[in-house]
Design a binder for this molecule. Structure first.
Ligand SMILES: C[S@@+](CC[C@H](N)C(=O)[O-])C[C@H]1O[C@@H](n2cnc3c(N)ncnc32)[C@H](O)[C@@H]1O
Length: 221
């Protein structure tokens, strides 16, 4: 990772200690070349509400399907200082964002540079392959997931498969969040799956307002 991008990232990590500041940092960061942006593909009030909820549960293990430019990964790591493990699953060239270049892993590892107890793993694979679930299970060992963030393939079948394949790994009392529960066009069908699934357990929705075209749905497992 280039010197200027690393310096910019470390300055933000040092200066932004509270949750709102950490979320805002993903918008404010300006790196260079392949490390140019960390911007979360989110509405700021929605991701802030989710990050607050996740933080209150004091998670030890977080798994994110769909990382792209690293914005949400940064938020999970920086707002949870006691995190023991975070795993990013993202398909290079995947739909709805395109994944991330292998070089970005160096940048993402910097998020936990001051947290030797936080282990980061990167699975650049199709979340729908059985081998990907097996790879995750290997990384997890005997741990269960405290918080699962589903923000990968946004088609109906895609989000359904992510839920069905990964939710059994979430502990009882854990959280599963889905991004884009409001129709957002161009093949995004999370809203349909969310409407099918949300009544299975206690749930909550975060929406910036009636104008929001994203929205986050949370299931309490
Ligand atoms: C909207 S982006 C994630 C945004 C990120 N969570 C954020 O808020 O900053 C969606 C990501 O899902 C990935 N993706 C799409 N289909 C996938 C699949 N089948 N397996 C793994 N990742 C996938 C894409 O490569 C893309 O990087």
């Amino acid at each position: 990772m280039g010197y200027l991008s690393r310096r910019e990232l470390h300055t933000l990590m040092r200066k932004r200690q509270n949750l709102a500041g950490i979320v805002q940092a993903t918008w404010d960061y300006a790196g260079r070349g392949p490390y140019a942006s960390l911007r979360a593909v989110q509405r700021i009030t929605e991701i802030t509400a989710l990050a607050q909820l996740v933080q209150q549960t004091n998670p030890k293990v977080i798994v994110e399907i769909g990382t792209n430019q690293g914005g949400t990964l940064f938020i999970w790591v920086r707002t949870n200082p006691m995190l023991e493990m975070v795993v990013s699953i993202d398909l290079p060239g995947g739909q709805f964002g395109g994944g991330y270049d292998a070089r970005r892993i160096r940048q993402y590892r910097e998020f936990a540079v001051d947290r030797p107890h936080t282990c980061m793993d990167f699975l650049r694979v199709d979340s729908h392959a059985a081998s990907s679930v097996n790879a995750l299970m290997q990384v997890l060992g005997n741990r269960t997931i405290d918080f699962l963030f589903i923000d990968g393939d946004h088609t109906y079948q895609g989000v359904k498969m992510d839920f069905e394949m990964y939710s059994p790994l979430v502990r009882k009392g854990g959280l599963i969040a889905f991004h884009d529960i409001v129709t957002c066009g161009s093949g995004c069908e999370v809203n349909r799956f969310w409407n099918d699934i949300k009544s299975v357990s206690r749930h909550e929705e975060f929406m910036e307002g009636p104008q929001s075209n994203m929205g986050i749905g949370v299931l309490y497992v």
